[in-house]
Structure formats: structure tokens, C-alpha cells
Design a protein around this ligand. Structure first.
Ligand code: DGL
Length: 287
């Protein structure tokens, strides 16, 4: 249950290392159209996927504290990497708050595969994380599905730069995905919230390298559904249909980059505020 002081009119805080969480935000907007939203893109500190788990955990807590200070009644960790690294810490810090994380869709993939071979693309932190590996082992034991894991260093940076259809991005995707298809994967899990934004390029590579149909698995819709469930159970759904919902966007990077991303990726004109949580450059340089 929520603390008595929590206001159901309050916004939901959503964050990612950058623009990837917008692929989750669009599902939240569609499924919970009356909710006020805060979106924090930690682009000044991205990518998370090449940093030690402890650094990502500490940083995720700082972002969550910022969102809670803006009045967030719930948190969505719209980032697989931050979920692996920090969800436990966030739940310890905010035991009364609904907190939803994102996990690669291994379970739906095991249900979807026809030949038992599932490719998973994600950041290196995600596929090395204990939380992820335990889930992988449980689902392998229950389903006999074989998961072929592929880290994708550099891909988040390409998407952060808006280079969705750039030759370098395509070359990178081909290098990561073609071997999975050659090993027979008939299902591909998009295990990073940035990747749905290069789905068109991924589909081209599938058309060129796969023998048959390959199903893509993205969990944005399921995350929004879980958020709706938790808010309902906590009695924290926004009761008002009269007040138009607001969306406040913050970035630790450049304001223009996030407003461009809103326009390109979600077709939204969105004002953005730059926020410094402290030591962006020092922290990034230390790693
Ligand atoms: N969108 C993040 C994820 O889902 C990207 C992490 C990163 O910054 O490397 O994992």
C-alpha cells in the first residue's frame, strides 16, 4: 500500500540512461492516458551498459531521488540495465512505492519459439547480471528453450546520437544479429529499451539472413500493463479525467537532443529541462 500522504494525482516517474525509455513511455501513455508523467533521460551519463553494476546502481538511485523530489508517486525503471543493477536497491529505498522494472522478455520468447532457439540482444551489463542469468536458467529449465546471448557494445550510443538508419548502425546490427540467425534463432528478444527504435533495420537484417519468420519480442506493453496493475492495487490510479495530463521531461545531457528525440521517435513537441545530478563528467571519465 502507498503511504497515506501519497497523492493519486501525482505523476509517475519514468527513467532510462537516455532516450530508450521513450519506447516504454509510449505504451504508458497509451494504456494510462490520464496519468501525469515525468521522464528523465540520463543522457549525460549514458551508456549504462558499459559501466560496473555498482556505478549504475548508485546513479539510478540518484535519478530516482530526483524524480521522487519532483513528487513521483511511482517509478518505472525503463531500462533493462538499470533494472538488473538497481531495482533491489530502489525497492529497499522506497518500500511503499510501486516500482516497475524492465526485463528482457525471455518468458514470452520461450512461448513463441518454434525450434527452441532464442536470440537475446542486450547490453553487456544486462546479460552478465545475476538477476538476468537466474531468470534465464529458470526459463531454460521450465521450457528447454536455448538462449543465445549477444551483448551489443556501441549500439546505445548510435541510437542516442539519433543515427537509427546510419550505415555504421546497420553494420553493427548485422555483426550482432546475423550470427544468432545463422545459429537458427527463430525468435529475437530486444533486451534493451533503446532497440525498438532500430526495429526497421533489424527487420532488414532478418530478411537478409534468416531462413524463415523471426518473431521480435519487446516488453514495453507488458511493463505498462504491470504498472497499471500495481497502481490499481495501491489505489493510486489518477482519479481525474478532467485535467489534461502533463508530461515533464528532464535530461542530464543536452536539452535539444532530448526534444529532437521526442519529435523523431514519438512525434511529440516536448519542452525539456536540463538537470545536473552532479559529477556527470567526472563520473563518466572515471570509468
Ligand atoms: N535502455 C537501456 C537498457 O534497456 C540502455 C542501457 C545503456 O545505457 O547502455 O538497457
Amino acid at each position: 500500500m502507498l503511504a497515506a500522504s501519497v497523492n493519486a494525482d501525482a505523476p509517475i516517474g519514468v527513467f532510462d540512461s537516455g532516450v530508450g525509455g521513450l519506447s516504454v513511455l509510449r505504451h504508458i501513455q497509451a494504456q494510462l492516458p490520464h496519468e501525469h508523467l515525468l521522464y528523465f533521460a540520463d543522457s549525460g551519463f549514458a551508456p549504462y551498459g558499459n559501466k560496473p553494476e555498482s556505478v549504475v546502481a548508485e546513479r539510478s538511485l540518484a535519478v530516482a531521488q530526483f524524480l521522487v523530489a519532483q513528487g513521483a508517486k511511482a517509478l518505472v525503471v525503463a531500462c533493462n540495465t538499470a533494472t538488473v543493477a538497481a531495482i533491489k536497491l530502489l525497492r529497499t529505498h522506497y518500500p511503499l512505492m510501486p516500482i516497475v522494472g524492465v526485463e528482457p522478455g525471455l518468458k514470452p520468447a520461450a512461448a513463441a519459439t518454434r525450434n527452441g532457439k532464442v536470440g537475446v540482444i542486450a547490453t553487456n551489463v544486462t546479460i552478465a547480471g545475476e538477476k538476468f542469468l537466474v531468470l534465464r536458467d529458470q526459463i531454460t529449465a521450465a521450457s528447454q528453450a536455448q538462449f543465445l546471448l549477444q551483448g551489443c557494445p556501441g549500439l546505445v550510443e548510435q541510437i542516442e546520437r539519433g543515427q537509427l538508419d546510419d550505415p555504421a548502425t546497420r553494420a553493427m546490427l548485422e555483426r550482432f544479429i546475423a550470427p544468432l540467425l545463422q545459429q537458427g534463432a527463430d525468435t529475437l528478444v530486444l533486451g534493451c529499451t533503446h532497440y525498438p527504435f532500430v526495429q526497421a533495420a533489424i527487420e532488414t537484417i532478418i530478411a537478409e539472413h534468416a531462413q524463415g519468420e523471426v518473431k521480435l519480442i519487446d516488453t514495453g506493453h507488458a511493463v505498462a500493463r504491470q504498472l497499471a496493475r500495481l497502481l490499481t492495487a495501491a489505489g493510486a490510479l489518477n482519479p481525474s479525467n478532467d485535467v489534461p495530463p502533463y508530461l515533464h521531461a528532464y535530461t542530464s545531457g543536452a536539452q535539444a537532443a532530448l526534444s529532437d528525440a521526442f519529435l523523431t521517435l514519438l512525434n511529440l513537441q516536448q519542452a525539456v529541462l536540463e538537470v545536473r545530478l552532479g559529477a556527470e563528467k567526472n563520473l563518466a571519465a572515471a570509468i
